[in-house]
Design a protein around this ligand. Sequence first.
Ligand SMILES: [Zn+2]
Length: 91
Amino acid sequence: MRFPKVQNMHVFTPKRCATANKVMYRSQQTAQSEANRLSIERNVDLWIYHCEYCNTWHLTSHLPQTAWTKVPLNQQLKPHSRKRGYKPRRR
Ligand SMILES: [Zn+2]
């Protein structure tokens, strides 16, 4: 006989942030433990960050915006310009 798996975890429907469209966690601790669980479960890296819009914590699979690497202007890619060198002509 087959029994459906009963999940006895207390089910709660998490609220979602209207701005980030992410699950809201009320405390950093909750978000962190959830991030740990999910990262093991899904084998992904998760970060938590504090949302300034809803004042809760979210999980993200990308680095938070604060960790974005900024490329300084003088290191941006330059168009590859070659100086015109003279080629020795064969006569
Ligand atoms: Zn939010």
